[in-house]
Design a protein around this ligand. Structure first.
Ligand SMILES: *[C@@H]1O[C@H](CO)[C@@H](O)[C@H](O)[C@H]1NC(C)=O
Ligand SMILES: *[C@@H]1O[C@H](CO)[C@@H](O)[C@H](O)[C@H]1NC(C)=O
Length: 236
């Protein structure tokens, strides 16, 4: 009875383990996993890097190929209807396509490290749109191509203005803090000097006409002693 129960439990455990193994082992091998940045922002006239990498449990060989294609986001662009191949990589060699990209596109990845990134230099406003990265690593050929939205922004509008704004506000805040500090010092000085001379004098004159004020004097000398400036010696 006891033996039978543990036996079925053991069988269940083995079954569960096998199922888990099957899930983890067969899943990645069924497809090639291609990854790219969702969005890349580049200023016109600079170099834009489009990163892409893949995971495959088959070895990388000379048959491994990469296809980069582009679809423009501008409806009047000739590449807006569909995605067009702009670079094909196979056998360790890159083959740029499309006249508009030929001179500006280069493969900067390392296929053995499963990095298939490219760069565009210089980036133009007409490059704004969607880039697709597709990899075939035979016999691992199934997989969804990765996509990156390239946003080309005006060079002047992007960093300089922002930097100027940030630097300007930091300087403004510092100046404001210094001014507040100076004002606080001045106010504190005025208040203190009034208290020390006018305030105390008037207090003295008031108290001299009434009862002698030993506690008041003691207090003020104590507070002055704590400040390190003892001027009322006799009451110490
Ligand atoms: C970026 O585009 C603007 C507007 O077309 C142009 O004036 C500027 O020269 C361009 N910058 C570069 C570096 O190409
Ligand atoms: C650039 O392309 C993105 C999509 O990739 C789009 O959302 C954006 O409006 C485009 N910018 C311009 C100025 O056309």
């Amino acid at each position: 009875m006891e033996l039978g129960r543990s036996k079925t439990r053991c069988q269940r455990l083995i079954l569960a383990g096998l199922t888990l193994c099957a899930l983890f082992v067969t899943r990645p091998s069924s497809a090639i996993d291609i990854r790219a940045n969702t969005e890349v922002i580049v200023e016109n006239g600079t170099t834009g890097v489009l990163h892409c990498s893949f995971k495959s449990n088959q070895v990388v060989s000379s048959a491994t190929s990469v296809t980069w294609s582009f679809q423009s986001s501008h409806s009047d662009n000739k590449f807006s209807k569909d995605s067009y191949t702009i670079l094909y990589f196979v056998g360790g060699k890159a083959f740029p396509g499309q006249e508009e990209f030929k001179e500006r596109i280069s493969f900067i990845g390392d296929i053995n490290k499963r990095d298939v990134s490219i760069q565009l230099s210089p980036v133009q406003f007409s490059d704004n749109g969607t880039y697709f990265c597709d990899v075939k690593n035979p016999p691992d050929v199934e997989g969804t191509r990765a996509r990156t939205e390239l946003r080309v922004v005006l060079r002047e509008a992007f960093p300089q203005k922002n930097t100027a704004l940030i630097v300007g506000s930091v300087i403004g805040v510092v100046v404001l803090l210094v001014l507040i500090g100076v004002a606080a010092c001045v106010v504190a000085r005025v208040v203190r000097s009034r208290h020390d001379y006018e305030g105390c004098r008037s207090l003295d004159s008031v108290s001299s006409s009434q009862a002698p004020p030993p506690r008041k004097k003691l207090e003020s000398s104590a507070s002055e002693a704590s400040r390190g400036a003892v001027r009322r010696g006799p009451y110490r």
